[in-house]
Design a protein around this ligand. Structure first.
Ligand SMILES: Cc1cc2nc3c(=O)[nH]c(=O)nc-3n(C[C@H](O)[C@H](O)[C@H](O)COP(=O)(O)OP(=O)(O)OC[C@H]3O[C@@H](n4cnc5c(N)ncnc54)[C@H](O)[C@@H]3O)c2cc1C
Length: 376
């Protein structure tokens, strides 16, 4: 039997998808949101996220991304809103690197949906990129851009349309299991639920201190670059490069600028988004400006805009989707490790099905649900 009342704490990327999935099952569900669905003060800002099938870490993600692809389409159909622009994307990397080996194995699994290009061929077809001598490019044909703020808002709206309740501008200050049930505490008092899902992103360690050892909370920077005089962004695709330095980029929806970001090594460790510095220094931008100079001959390397976002990483980089160690009626969904957006629908579905007592609907779910999580 499904639990009578369910709360979802955080209606950001994962929480909004979870709420939508629960509402689709007809569950009595309430979302709590510190700001409002679709805000950009957590992990889901900056107008674009990369959707890609090619994975450079674990082949087990391929069926999960395939399921997400389907769920993104279902959400677009149900809402009547366009949430993605699947232009194709490039995965770049050195032939010598283990990450590129996994990416090439992903391409083999995808078959005709991916195309492996040697350096010369890649340079000819995508002259906006300047590849290193030992690099290959994989064209991921079903990849592209997701619109994050619109997607979060759309999933939340779809949940509301199916009867969910969302309490906006409402901070949850504690989650306490009382017997078999759980109290959600806010400034307004306590409300009791049968099951609670915490999807609080970079705020998870603050709300649930027992989970803090499993997570590393980071400030991530996005910065946007205009083309040099006489150039345009024509032919520029979203990309991910794993070696020698991790970076990724996405053209803006209007095609006027390229947004760039770098990897974990260059993200500032923070306690919480509530107290993290928002000022972005020249030193902060040095690694990403080096990427702009190295990889993009036609981009101006001085950003026209830079913005900070917040994300929680696990130490293994595999998502933390499991019961709270001291509160079995609380499911924690955290640590999406810089790559949770594309698979948000499937993670939302996994969380919803777990609390409803249903088996996962996607092949590959056990890889995430059963992952061991080292604490540090
Ligand atoms: C700059 C950047 C670039 C990225 N690029 C990509 C990409 O290209 N592709 C990709 O797949 N992934 C990408 N990611 C990762 C992806 O965006 C994240 O993994 C994902 O958004 C995390 O979702 P979340 O639900 O955990 O966090 P969030 O989306 O931040 O949601 C957490 C929500 O909880 C709310 N909340 C927190 N505490 C409370 C509380 N106490 N009470 C009530 N509400 C609360 C917050 O307000 C927020 O709305 C990127 C991340 C960043 C930061």
């Amino acid at each position: 039997m499904s639990p009578a009342r369910i709360a979802v704490i955080g209606t950001g990327t994962i929480g909004a998808q979870t709420l939508w999935q629960l509402a689709r099952h007809g569950a009595d569900v309430t979302g709590y949101e510190l700001f409002s669905p679709g805000h950009s003060r957590g992990a889901a800002g900056g107008e674009t996220r990369l959707f890609r099938h090619i994975d450079a870490e674990h082949l087990e993600y391929l069926p999960l991304t395939g399921r997400s692809d389907l769920l993104w389409r279902e959400l677009e159909k149900e809402s009547g809103r366009t949430l993605r622009n699947l232009t194709g994307a490039l995965a770049l990397g050195s032939t010598a690197s283990p990450a590129t080996r996994i990416a090439l194995e992903s391409a083999a699994v995808l078959g005709s949906r991916a195309e492996v290009l040697g350096r010369e061929e890649a340079q000819r077809r995508f002259p906006a990129f300047r590849l290193h001598e030992d690099e290959v490019a994989i064209l991921d044909k079903g990849a592209g851009i997701i619109f994050p703020e619109r997607s979060v808002r759309t999933a939340a709206d779809a949940a509301l349309a199916r009867g969910a309740r969302i309490l906006r501008e409402c901070r949850v200050t504690a989650v306490d299991q009382v017997g078999d049930q759980v109290d959600v505490v806010t400034g307004e008092g306590r409300e009791r639920y049968d099951r609670v899902i915490v999807a609080a992103g970079a705020w998870t360690a603050t709300l649930l201190p027992d989970i803090a050892p499993y997570l590393a909370t980071r400030r991530l920077l996005s910065s946007w670059y205009l083309p040099k005089a006489g150039h345009t962004l024509d032919g520029m695709l979203p990309y991910l490069r794993t070696e020698p330095d991790y970076s990724y980029g996405l053209p803006t929806a209007d095609g006027l600028a390229m947004k760039l970001g770098v990897g974990f090594r260059d993200h500032l460790p923070v306690e919480s988004p509530d107290t993290a510095p928002l000022r972005i220094s020249d030193e902060d931008l040095a690694p990403v400006r080096a990427v702009a100079r190295d990889l993009f001959p036609t981009l101006d390397d001085y950003p026209m805009r830079a913005q900070a976002y917040f994300e929680a990483y696990t130490h293994s980089r595999i998502e933390f989707l499991r019961e709270h160690p001291g509160m079995p009626a609380v499911l924690v969904c955290a640590g999406f490790s810089g790559k949770g957006f594309k698979n948000a629908p499937v993670f939302g579905e996994m969380a919803a099905r777990a609390v409803l007592g249903l088996p996962p609907a996607s092949e590959g779910a056990a890889f995430v649900l059963d992952a061991a999580h080292p604490s540090r």
